[in-house]
Design a binder for this molecule. Structure first.
Ligand code: PEP
Ligand code: MG
Length: 787
């Protein structure tokens, strides 16, 4: 038997049907109005993986280091491929479809397909919300959705969570509930006791349409407080319910629409409906003997119960045993952390994030990624999927997006935190958020799907975690990223090796200068260009060459002015075609399989001299204006020929190459090996771009999270290239510098100072630490030499 009807299921069947189905079966058995449905048992899943012969490979794929996000992702992908790639025996598929058809009603019934893992909702380890749920499913995709639920047992989050909790992967099975959808007229959540104090007060939240609007927090629901003993309605707060969710009758998809004007501020629940809900609330709490968090819906005047879970947010006074909790807490209630207002947030996050405890442990970690910009902050999630949603980002929001783009910078400035699905430590999001001083976690894989609009989260840009709830609730101290360079900290240490700072957006110049850095080691002009929203060619075509030059002059001048007379090393354009493609005019960009190996840096400049010349003109104008602290740097050169050609164009534009300071980046092994030839072109400096040098030496795409674990700037091959170049340049009297992300790593700093590098350019937030690290290493070298 592949399926069991909910009528035949009870709490004793946990092993066979998982937590969610057991609970729905219990409710059905207790006479509560649960929409009809059946369960594809956990045994069916187990038999499937065994008979398909994928079980061993599946569990072997889970033997990974859960802290390694690339491994975690690979494990998830392998599981999906194995499960979705294997055929379900026809007899099982038939049984599922037959049960679906016999559920009563018309042929095309819409059903909800929900995962019900056997380790879900256990007292100590709430796994709720980690596996998939599909709404409005019809016959043609039903079997596929069941398999997708199975595969979701191996989501990254679920794998990580089980490792943390010490649950063996092969001991957790998954059942799937298939249940008739209730096409709700109104719906919401109900707490059968006060969710933070445990008082005998029933709190009901209600809105028009389907419950997702309330659960996801996209609408502020009405709030009703009812005395559980007397059923007296004590408080009614009517909200302005601007939107509602409903099923599109054509596609069956859940869509959001505006509520009609005259219903927005209308009370959702009648006294009779409240009475019925209270009656059900009492029944369900009595049945379980513990306060419950219930999702309910009303269709055609009938109340249905969709889900019920124990409330896990009630603060428990010491010595009170579970059974007596509700009553005892009521007498001792003092308000506790979180008041009635918290009822809503507890409900809103319960589906998305699981109903775990509110402690400060790892249980609250919803997602992990790379800590790309330090600091700990709390804020409201704002998922940005389209650029025209950016104006919805308010002060204090956390931007959650697939990947940031230059157009997002204004919104990024308003945000308190930034979370992305994609990107590494050198991605746009990482660079810009560091410069803005906004904590960021990048490369989470699934933030735009896992986090929901309106949720409160705490992001830790040092550790790369995103936790549910505010820092205050969690007992975590918020801190700003720039702590280390506040004036009250010790004054800047004097070092022989110069310590500079990287700047990409002119707006960060002031903050960068305040670090006391010895200058700017890298000013990336591509961020100025990308923020114009048009490709250089398009901008020049629309606005004219002078306007383009002026934009560059203004951007570079802001930084040169702020640092004067400290040197500012600006780099000519180095944006890959895939970044240009996002801009207006980007449709003309060539499609490249591998933009990192493609038309970028000096290669492009030498091919498109018309654009390159405009950049060079901007440098010339600034020099002529007296900004003699400006230096020019050429990106991604491979050999002396690249430099010769660039130099010739510089001369053509009227730059006196003998008078001005200019140099090259060492970003490819070829350039490192050709350093003597490059020096012979009279460069003033060579600066290591370790982001690219590592990428090209190790053949590891710097933006590909699958191989992030292999991106090692301290790899001996990279260090050997660097050491060779520093040694040669010392002999030839050429300055050396580093401006890649690795300059912020103490081990790299030690190595470079020992080799004799001239300057180190770090991220704004790292400057102070690098200054100290340089000082320490220099003192050690001095001591070693005299001992
Ligand atoms: C580098 O490659 O290390 C570098 C500083 O340049 P970018 O990150 O802009 O490619
Ligand atoms: Mg580079």
């Amino acid at each position: 038997m592949a399926v069991l009807w909910l009528d035949d299921v009870s709490a004793d069947d946990l092993e066979t049907v998982g937590g969610k189905a057991a609970s729905l079966g219990e409710l059905t058995g207790a006479g509560l109005p649960v929409p009809p449905g059946f369960v594809v048992t956990a045994g069916t899943y187990r038999t499937f993986i065994e008979e398909a012969g994928i079980d061993e490979e599946l569990f072997a794929a889970m033997e990974i280091d859960p802290e390694d996000s690339a491994e975690l992702k690979a494990a998830e992908e392998t599981a999906r491929e194995l499960i979705l790639g294997a055929d379900l025996p026809e007899s099982v598929a038939d049984e599922i479809l037959e049960a679906y058809r016999s559920m009563g009603g018309e042929e095309e019934a819409f059903v909800a397909v929900r995962s019900s893992a056997t380790a879900e909702d256990l007292p100590d380890a709430s796994f709720a919300g980690q596996q998939e749920t599909f709404l409005n499913v019809r016959e043609e995709v039903l079997v596929q959705r069941v398999k997708e639920c199975w595969a979701s047992l191996f989501s990254q989050r679920a794998i990580y969570y089980r490792q943390q909790k010490g649950f063996p992967h092969d001991e957790v099975d998954i059942a799937v509930v298939v249940q008739r959808m209730v096409d709700a007229d109104k719906s919401g959540v109900m707490f059968t006791s006060h969710p933070s104090t445990g008082e005998p007060r029933i709190i009901v939240e209600a809105a028009w349409g389907l419950g997702e609007a309330v659960v996801s927090g996209s609408v502020s629901p009405d709030n009703y407080v009812v005395d559980r003993e007397t059923a007296t309605v004590e408080e009614v707060t009517i909200a302005d319910k601007k939107v509602m969710m409903e099923k599109d009758p054509e596609t069956g998809e859940t869509v959001e629409r505006d509520v009609e004007e005259d219903r927005r501020e209308k009370r959702v629940l009648s006294d009779g409906e409240i009475e019925r809900l209270v009656e059900l609330g009492r029944l369900v709490e009595d049945h379980y003997d513990t306060p419950q968090d219930v999702e309910w819906a009303i269709y055609d005047g009938d109340v249905y119960m969709l889900q019920s879970r124990p409330i896990t947010t009630i603060s428990e006074p010491a010595g009170v045993d579970d059974r007596d909790r509700a009553g005892d807490v009521a007498e001792e209630a003092t308000g506790g952390p979180g008041s009635a207002g918290n009822a809503g947030s507890a409900g809103k996050t319960s589906e998305a994030a699981g109903a775990t405890d509110g402690g400060n442990g790892d249980d609250d970690v919803l997602l992990r990624g790379l800590g790309a910009s330090p600091g700990i902050v709390s804020g409201t999630v704002r998922v940005v999927t389209k650029l025209d949603h950016l104006d919805q980002v308010a002060e204090g929001d956390v931007i959650v997006t697939e990947m940031t783009m230059p157009d997002m910078v204004p919104a990024m400035k308003r945000a308190v935190g930034i979370v992305t699905d994609e990107g590494g430590m050198t991605s746009h999001a990482a660079i810009v958020s560091r410069e803005l001083g906004v904590p960021a976690v990048v490369g989470t894989g699934s933030a735009t799907r896992t986090l929901e609009d309106g949720m409160t989260v705490t992001i830790d840009g040092d550790k790369g975690t995103i936790r549910r709830g505010s820092a205050a609730e969690r007992g975590i101290e918020e801190h700003e990223p720039v702590e280390a360079m506040r004036p009250e900290t010790p004054v800047k240490p004097m070092t022989a090796t110069e310590v500079k700072v990287n700047v990409s957006i002119p707006e960060a110049a002031e903050r960068a200068a305040a670090t006391g850095a010895d200058g700017v080691g890298l000013l990336r002009i591509e961020h100025m260009v990308l923020s114009l929203g048009r490709t250089p060619a398009k901008y020049i075509a629309d606005e004219g060459a002078d306007a383009y030059v002026q934009e560059l002059v203004d951007g570079m001048r802001t930084v040169a002015e702020e640092f004067y007379p400290r040197p500012v090393r600006a780099r000519t354009l180095d944006a890959p075609t895939d970044e240009f493609r996002e801009l207006e005019g980007g449709e003309d960009e060539p499609a490249e399989h591998n933009p990192m190996l493609g038309w970028r840096g000096i290669r492009r400049s030498l091919d498109k001299t018309d654009v390159f010349e405009k950049e060079l003109r901007a440098f010339r104008e600034l020099w002529e204006m007296g900004y003699d602290n400006l230096e020019l740097m050429l990106p991604l050169v491979n050999d002396a020929e690249d430099v010769r050609r660039a130099k010739s164009i510089m001369r053509d534009v009227g730059i006196d190459v003998d008078k001005r300071r200019w140099g090259v980046m060492i970003e490819t092994p070829a350039s490192a090996l050709a350093i003597e030839d490059l020096a012979a072109e009279d460069i003033d400096f060579a600066s290591f771009g370790t982001n690219d040098l590592t990428q090209y030496t190790l053949a590891v795409d710097r933006n590909n999270s699958n191989v992030a674990g292999r991106f090692d700037e301290l790899h001996p091959a990279v260090l050997e290239l660097i050491a060779e170049v520093v040694g040669t340049c010392r002999e030839l009297d050429v300055d050396t510098s580093i401006c890649g992300q690795a300059a912020s790593k103490p081990a790299m700093v030690d190595f470079l100072v020992e080799e004799g590098i001239t300057s180190i350019s770090a991220n704004i937030d790292a400057v102070r630490d690098v200054q100290h690290e340089v000082k320490r290493t220099e003192q050690k070298l001095v001591l070693d030499s005299v001992r």
